[in-house]
Design a protein around this ligand. Structure first.
Ligand code: UGA
Ligand code: MN
Length: 319
């Protein structure tokens, strides 16, 4: 008798198990369906209202990625290294550059202050930007610092800071695993967001024209008509340099930066030859990849902000 009861009970238990599994399975299936339906609806509505919502190129790109089930984390990042130092126009410069970067989806901003410690001004600006940022400091040694009355070409600028950015990348990124590009983005230039789509095309080292530098309206690589490769440079200042290119006129793949781990900037470099000597670690003129429509378009300008005459500092304002 007991034996029979036991078998009945077991059968009952088995029945309950099957029913509950079916129920759970059904619930899970409908939740997933609900979610994908919801996501589908959201995508449709975003598409329909794309113009009303005034989606930026960045948001449109993210929408396209969402539709194709691609994720931002899988995209190669552009590591933009920016040296910056305190002067009256610093906040204005950093506001301008950070708001450009806000329009780019895959930016990792490495901002390196020329100071002993992180300043409140830069820390707050970074927090408000909502950007993915690594905030570092590297003070220029006093003997290398440009003195008030010296012409600016007398000293190298940004050396310590760019090297700090490079060593951060080399100790935090893994060759073969992390993919991306490195761009030295001075805090006073003007950048079109178009430059970032160009950078995404780079295999090793990409180059393009820079407006308002080197004494001409534009400084640019000149391409050989047959091969489409860089042949020489148009520049108002020493066009015979190995690479007559401004810091804003090239970017390098993260792979190369990690491979050539001894490549860095130095005060020993000849004045005005930082770019040439740095690029020599990585490439040759023949290997350069011309971008910006075969170096026919200007997407970055070497602007310099005038030093304002400030007669008095008004209390209570952070300018
Ligand atoms: C030109 C190039 O565009 C620079 O990339 C290059 O470093 C420089 O020449 C040079 O040959 O050293 P220029 O406009 O004359 O640039 O230089 P700045 O814009 O005054 O400085 C370049 C970067 O270094 C800026 O991001 C600036 O904020 C930073 N910097 C400058 C410091 O961090 N500390 C300083 O004392 C001065
Ligand atoms: Mn500059």
């Amino acid at each position: 008798m007991d034996h029979l009861e036991n078998r009945k009970f077991k059968r009952y238990l088995g029945y309950c198990l099957v029913v509950s599994s079916v129920l759970i399975f059904w619930k899970v299936m409908t939740i997933e369906k609900d979610n994908s339906l919801l996501l589908g609806n959201l995508k449709d509505r975003l598409r329909a209202y794309q113009y009303k919502l005034q989606l930026t190129p960045k948001q449109t790109m993210l929408l396209n990625m969402l539709e194709n089930d691609k994720h931002l984390e899988d995209m190669p990042f552009i590591y933009a290294i920016t040296p910056t130092y305190y002067r009256y126009v610093q906040k204005a410069e950093l506001t301008k550059i950070s708001q450009t970067l806000m329009l780019v989806p895959n930016i990792h901003w490495i901002i390196v202050e020329d100071s002993e410690e992180k300043t409140a001004l830069v820390t707050n600006l970074i927090a408000e930007s909502g950007l993915k940022v690594t905030h570092l400091t590297a003070k220029t040694p006093p003997f290398e610092k440009l003195q008030a009355k010296e012409p600016r070409w007398k000293r190298h600028r940004g050396v310590e800071q760019r090297n700090k950015g490079l060593s951060w990348l080399r100790s935090n990124m893994q060759l073969g695993k992390d993919k991306g590009y490195v761009y030295f983005m001075d805090d006073d230039n003007t950048y079109s967001i178009k430059i970032f789509s160009e950078i995404m095309k780079i295999k090793n080292v990409g180059v393009w024209p820079v407006g308002l530098v080197g004494g001409f309206s534009v400084e640019t690589p000149i391409l050989n008509k047959q091969t489409g490769k860089v042949e020489s440079y148009k520049s108002g200042w020493k066009p015979q340099r190995p690479f007559a290119i401004d810091m804003a006129g090239f970017a390098i793949s993260l792979d190369l930066i990690l491979q050539k781990s001894d490549a860095s900037f130095s005060y020993k470099m000849e004045k005005g030859f930082q770019e040439s000597q740095f690029l020599s670690y990585f490439t040759t003129k023949e290997e350069l990849e011309p971008l910006a429509d075969n170096c026919t378009k200007v997407y970055v300008w070497h602007t310099r902000t005038e030093n304002p005459v400030v007669m008095a500092k008004v209390k209570g304002y952070e300018v």
